[in-house]
Design a protein around this ligand. Structure first.
Ligand SMILES: NC(=O)c1ccc[n+]([C@@H]2O[C@H](COP(=O)([O-])OP(=O)(O)OC[C@H]3O[C@@H](n4cnc5c(N)ncnc54)[C@H](O)[C@@H]3O)[C@@H](O)[C@H]2O)c1
Length: 317
């Protein structure tokens, strides 16, 4: 494979899974990551290969990006501050990374004539509390969290850069992605709470929030299909499973995977788990099926079993 790819945030949860797949498939990959939350060890096997390298640095550094993008064919842009809850308090840090960082990536692409970008947006937050369920990509963006606002802003810039500079641009509106080696999110949280106390589980909100989840290998496949597809201008795609499940159902699946019975659920109350939490986020994925020839293959239930198995093994060590 002769394509040269820069993956920003390639030491993070999604980025590292993607980098490992791209390197195994023979792409030439450079990773840019400031290691603020990501870990070099997640891609250590790939870094032994001659088609993989890591630059430790930040997307807030425009001149670094301008140097790194020389000769690159595609940017896969994953680097971000991805914590919805923290985005309320960390408004300006998140803006600097998510929005200004993305502007730097786009500017450096133009300077180096890099023709294509795949951007990790967020299907769970950009639509806000729409009543159109499942939500297609045509529904207007109305985020209710600062994190969602930052992703929506990035998409708008990806669109304007695409139009002004003829970039091929794909924004993947990802659902709640889970699987190894993720160390955040509702499933991780439930696993640890139940490990500490296998008899009771505190659930944030009323447990009735409904979300679209997606196992990590399907998320990686969506990125690979985006690389392989040729589109014109900027296109957005919802990437998740098409059925939403409630937080209570997630809890039941984790409890079952751990082989527990008679766990007592307690609730912090209210319709949301935290400020900015969308009560119902279920997306329509038919556009990705049609244009990217992508569909999820792992059910949420099977994904949870695999993830819990991994968490158990990891924490035996
Ligand atoms: N995980 C999900 O459920 C989900 C859902 C929707 C969208 N996304 C988006 O997908 C992307 C990847 O998410 P993730 O879950 O893997 O998060 P993550 O935190 O595991 O990965 C983000 C990576 O970016 C790096 N990073 C942060 N700031 C940086 C900077 N200034 N310069 C360079 N690197 C920097 C971190 O060190 C980390 O390796 C993010 O853009 C996130 O917003 C994630």
């Amino acid at each position: 494979m002769s394509e040269k790819i820069l993956v920003t945030g390639g030491c993070g949860f999604i980025g590292s899974n993607l980098v490992n797949k791209l390197v195994a498939d023979g792409y030439s990959v450079n990773v840019l990551d400031d290691l603020s939350t990501g870990k070099k060890e997640y891609i250590k096997e790939s870094l032994r290969e001659k088609n993989c390298s890591l630059t430790v640095g930040s997307i807030t550094n425009l001149s670094l990006l301008e140097t790194l993008l020389a000769g690159v064919d595609v940017v896969i842009h994953e680097a971000a501050k991805p914590d919805v809850r923290a985005s309320t308090d960390n408004l300006f840090t998140d803006f600097d990374t998510n929005v200004l960082g993305t502007l730097n990536v786009l500017q450096a692409m133009v300077k180096n004539k890099v023709p294509k970008i795949v951007f990790a947006s967020s299907g769970g937050t950009v639509y806000g509390e729409t009543e159109v369920i499942p939500t297609p990509e045509t529904v207007p963006l109305a985020p209710i969290s600062h994190y969602g606002a930052s992703k929506a802003a990035c998409e708008q810039y990806v669109s304007s850069f695409s139009s002004l500079h003829n970039l091929e641009a794909i924004s993947l509106r990802l659902g709640n992605i889970f699987g190894p080696p993720s160390n955040h999110g509702v499933m991780y949280d439930f696993f640890w709470k139940l490990k500490k106390d296998p008899t009771s589980l505190e659930i944030l909100g009323d447990g009735k929030q409904v979300k679209s989840y997606l196992y990590i290998s399907d998320c990686v496949d969506a990125h690979i299909q985006s690389l392989k597809s040729t589109i014109t201008g900027h296109m957005t795609f919802n990437i998740a499973t098409s059925e939403g499940i409630t937080v209570n159902e997630v809890a039941n699946a984790i409890v079952k995977s751990l082989g527990l019975t008679e766990v007592k659920y307690t609730y912090t109350g209210g319709e949301r788990g935290w400020a900015g939490d969308v009560k119902k986020a279920v997306v329509d994925i038919s556009k990705a099926a049609k244009v990217l020839s992508w569909k999820p293959v792992t059910t949420t239930e099977l994904g949870i079993q695999k993830y819990v198995k991994w968490l158990k093994e990891e924490n035996k060590k």
